[in-house]
Design a protein. Structure first.
Length: 437
């Protein structure tokens, strides 16, 4: 069995399945040392990458041109939407999304489809490594049976699996894939050693080899659950202090002078990780007969923050004698986080819906979000050029995302005679805003 495990060398061929925010940076990093085939089911995405353009802005044109290759047998990074071109690879790394459905239940369909595709390509001795965030047990209990069915092979006899959770931070140009410590694991001790050595060959920050795949899966899902709960706590503090007439951020600044105080701040919790992953852990816990109270309480509180913000803005407009019906409201930012074009699971949409339920007219300005993507996914018209909204005057301005471009925006030129400015992120100078979360 050990003899089947491939020897790690500069000629080891790697396939990365899924070229989104996680897969592309990983593929580019591996391509500095190994021949890598990057696969995506979206042919348009593949064509863009073949032309050295990444719409997620995770990998620059210059970085892509360094590793880009146009022949499959060359070292570097080769892009394809054709599964048949994966057949010569020895290592398959799956980086597809793991979303939740409208009822907040884990949606493993992308993972199943990727496993079917890889299963049809498997040869004896191949290793499949999953990076997608899942609850403990998914790799061995959900993915492996699919691999076995479509390959006709048996785990740890004919092929092997590993799990190394992604730790990509979209939009972060400092903490990149190669300088964030990586957790690794494998289906046997020898495979765990191989997977660890593979990642250690490109991750300068080092690796942590977990004792099992389930441990590695659990480590990932609690990272984001912990962050979600901590943000929920300060969101609740914000609601309490607002009633007391105390500035939450001033409280946090004062408390943060103690060395062991954890610096979390109130705000919206969206995106494809923190706003989703706790539901994966909760689902598994409920299957085992345990109701996770803290995890789900944090989720409920954070999911409600958009409605809370909208209702606070409405109250403040009434207090300032601003007519609600037909008033003009400007949302600054639509993406789920700052300085990033990712609009997946953004909670700004909930603010828009709640404000519109009061018959206000809402405009959205976000220099990072693609208007066509926002329209296709959410049915919302947005603008990424300031000139598109600069002639309007607004009765309420809500800063929802802390894009750097908003540092220098002249709010005075956008205000109607009666206007309130509400800063969710405490991003703007205090004298520019009337209220903040």
């Amino acid at each position: 069995m050990i003899d089947l495990i491939p020897t790690l060398s500069s000629g080891t061929r790697i396939a990365v399945i899924g070229l989104g925010y996680v897969g592309l940076p990983l593929a580019a990093a591996f391509a500095m040392k190994y021949p890598v085939t990057g696969f995506d089911i979206n042919p348009e995405r593949v064509v863009s990458l073949q032309n050295a353009f990444d719409h997620t802005l995770q990998v620059s044109e210059e970085e892509l041109n360094v590793v880009l290759k146009h022949e499959i047998d060359q070292q570097g990074l080769y892009f394809t939407a054709d599964p048949s071109e994966l057949g010569e690879c020895k290592i398959y790394i799956v980086t597809v999304p793991t979303p939740a459905d409208k009822n907040n239940r884990p949606d493993l369909r992308p993972l199943y489809r990727a496993s079917e595709l890889v299963g049809e390509m498997l040869k004896k001795g191949d290793i499949v490594i999953y990076e997608s965030t899942v609850y403990p047990g998914v790799t061995e209990e959900e993915c492996v049976p699919v691999l076995e069915k479509f390959s006709g092979f048996k785990l740890n006899e004919d092929f092997f699996v590993g799990y190394s959770p992604e730790r990509i931070n979209p939009g972060d140009k400092v903490r990149t894939v190669t300088n964030i410590l990586k957790v690794t694991s494998g289906s046997t001790p020898a495979v765990a050693d191989f997977v660890d050595a593979l990642y250690r060959s490109i991750v300068t920050a080092g690796t942590h080899k977990a004792s099992s795949i389930k441990v590695a899966e659990a480590a990932k899902v609690i990272e984001n659950s912990q962050r979600d709960i901590n943000i929920a706590f300060v969101n609740e503090l914000s609601k309490i202090f607002n009633r007391m007439g105390i500035d939450t951020h001033e409280v946090l600044e004062a408390a943060g002078t103690k060395w062991n105080f954890l610096k979390f701040y109130p705000g919206l919790v969206g995106g494809h990780c923190i706003g989703v992953d706790p539901y994966y852990l909760a689902q598994k816990a409920q299957e085992l007969g345990y109701h996770p109270e803290i995890i789900l309480a944090g989720r409920r509180l954070n999911d409600d923050m958009s409605n809370y913000v909208a209702q606070e803005v409405i109250k403040l407009m009434i207090k300032n004698d601003i007519q609600i019906k037909d008033s003009k409201v400007l949302l600054l930012g639509f993406t789920f986080k700052e300085n990033c074009p990712d609009v997946r699971n953004t909670k700004v949409i909930d603010i828009i819906k709640e404000m519109e339920s009061y018959n206000t007219s809402v405009s959205v300005y976000d220099p990072w979000a693609k208007p066509e993507e926002v329209l296709a996914e959410y049915g919302v018209i947005s603008y990424n050029k300031f000139e598109s909204i600069s002639e309007d005057r607004f009765n309420a301005i809500i800063l929802a995302v802390g894009h750097e471009e908003f540092r220098t925006i002249e709010l005075s030129k956008l205000k109607a005679e009666r206007c309130i400015v509400y800063d969710i992120k405490a991003f703007l100078d205090r004298d520019q805003v009337d209220y903040r979360l």
